[in-house]
Design a protein around this ligand. Sequence first.
Ligand code: PLP
Length: 394
Amino acid sequence: MVLSDKIAAYLSNASWIRKMFEEGDRLRKIHGADKVYDFTLGNPSVEPPEKFRDELKKLALNPVPGMHRYMSNAGYPETRAAVAEVLAEQSGLPFNANHVVMTVGAGGGLNIVLKAILNPGDEVIALSPYFVEYGFYVDNHGGVLKVVPTNDQFLPDLTAISEAIGPKTRAIIINSPNNPTGVVYPAEILTGLGDLLDQKSQEFGRPIFALSDEPYAKIVFEGTQVPSVFKHITNAILVTSHSKDLALPGERIGYVAVSPKINEVDRLVEGLVFCNRTLGFVNAPALMQRLVAGLQRESVDIAEYQEKRDLLYNHLTGLGFEMVKPQGAFYLFPKSPVADDVEFTRKALAHNILVVPGSGFGTPGYFRLAYCIDKEIIERSFPAWTALARELGL
Ligand code: PLP
């Protein structure tokens, strides 16, 4: 009995992504890596922008004295100011460095926010399908996750959200562009959500925050704009990272930005900085903070992702798979052609195709494909998809 009951229980229900990853390993050993089509992991296939490497080389050749020391728990003021400058432009609000806390990825950011705002038993709404880690993060800080389904286009259903909000509701997590659907929430929906949260915050006598988890904000196609959450929602907290937009997931660099419109905003930031320290993050990685300061307007090559989306979307819809065409991120979330998505996952496995069942995101009846993999693998998988579609009578 080395583990707590809770962690032992979590481990016995190991996540679908993990399970499929292990299954992939098994299949690769049997069939060879080139005959296994693994669409399970959201690990960017592209390399960071050239400018990132240039800055990295410059810094390595001309190290700044003290560059590996501790700094303020909020992060370097120059980096926070660089982030704030872009946010001020996008939102038209008076952002400055004091509204930004540098974090250990978006995962670290979500944890410090939840730690800072939740009382035991407070509820946090997530919109299904949702990134499964939200449940663990909320639980980490004594909160309770309340799942509200999205509509048939995977957009927030404001009536359902309104009905789910009660005196214990402290926050709603939104994620656009979305993992797993790739859907981007339009401005009208954010405005509607902002009005609803204002009204409910007033009714229940404390702010209900919108935590906008946006690591995919720059990965959008065909000129899609991701509206600034700060323009539409008063109590908005942006949580993001450079894991996807600069392809740096292993470097663990992100930030939290709080709306200047929030009442007692300085007190909120004080809490976030305290939690960054006391959760043991202490500060975001120093070297990465220096590098990303000058890269706030950069991103990986989005065209490459769009090409992969189109390749896979066209092939699968051509075979009869049904799905909402995603405007961003690097996932497809098609309807499972058999009612039981776990059974579908097994059928796909028999063709060496690895996908994650929608049940893993709180939405059975669908499956997720991560297409942030080499184009050649996507192309090589086509005959397997065709054979699977035939077997299922599509
Ligand atoms: N939020 C969503 C929706 C994600 O998909 C991910 C990672 O896949 C994260 C947060 C965590 O990202 P990070 O690497 O910044 O912690």
